[in-house]
Design a protein around this ligand. Structure first.
Ligand code: ADE
Length: 247
């Protein structure tokens, strides 16, 4: 089994993983720190994605070309869009789309020119492993003292995640996104870029996001709190559970 890449959105999420890896060594490329080592008997390369689609695309390209990653898992947080997608839940992507891609009228809105599609599917087997790992991680989350903002059990959703170069922090913007893309479950800033790179290189990938906010007027407050109190613990548990289940 080849090397698995773990791409984290936030430094706190990466750090908990590095603390768990016994032998990581740092390799620098393009101003980024890539951490190569082992965990749970598997060869890993872990890295921060950088914020936004371009940064994520560069990071992913380097993972595939310089570090020969055989598969990529993105772990991070997102804003909830779907009606039942609440803070503390997780969304495992079945497909990803760039919500700010719009070359109309030359191409249909959201379509990636040259690819002829707007939605890029994730790898079903890897996503299945991530989904099972997320379920287990969230069932442990209350044990970490990390049950935040709601009393009902956290849910793992599967479906469309949309990405764009904006932190969505107003109710009017999230309403517009819901109208344009009614089946979108969550919004973030990197996943669809990673998806496009993995699609072009034909490398399996998965994206899982815990929901830090509802992409509305309080998004920035909920986001900061969620990262420190919840996301980093959940991210580590999801990576561990995925390693146990895949391939
Ligand atoms: N990541 C976490 N919350 C987000 C939001 N509201 N918009 C974009 N990316 C996010």
């Amino acid at each position: 089994m080849g090397r698995l890449a773990i791409v984290a959105a936030m430094p706190q999420e990466l750090q908990t993983l590095l603390d768990a890896m016994p032998d990581e060594s740092r390799v620098q490329r393009a101003g980024r720190d890539f951490w190569v080592g082992h965990w749970e008997g598997r060869e890993l390369v872990a890295v921060l994605s950088g914020i936004g689609k371009v940064a994520a695309a560069i990071t992913t390209t380097l993972l595939l070309t310089e570090f020969e990653a055989q598969a990529v898992v993105f772990v991070g947080v997102a804003g909830g869009l779907g009606a039942g997608v609440q803070v503390g839940d997780a969304v495992v992507a079945t497909e990803l789309l760039q919500h700010d891609m719009d070359a109309s009228p030359l191409f249909p809105r959201h379509q990636i020119p040259g690819l002829g599609k707007s939605r890029l599917p994730t790898d079903p087997a890897l996503s299945g492993a991530v989904c099972a790992a997320a379920r287990e991680a969230l069932s442990h989350a209350s044990g970490h003292g990390t049950r935040l903002l709601k009393d009902t059990p956290a849910t793992v959703h599967q479906g469309l995640i949309v990405s764009g170069d904006r932190f969505v922090s107003s109710a009017s913007e999230s309403t517009a996104l819901r109208q344009a893309l009614p089946d979108a479950l969550a919004v973030e800033m990197e996943g669809a870029a990673l998806a496009q790179v993995c699609h072009d290189f034909q490398v399996p990938f998965a994206v899982v996001r815990t929901i830090s906010d509802r992409a509305d007027d309080t998004a920035h407050v909920d986001f900061a709190r969620f990262i420190d109190e919840v996301a980093r613990h959940v991210a580590l548990d999801i990576v561990r559970g995925t390693l146990h289940r895949w391939p």
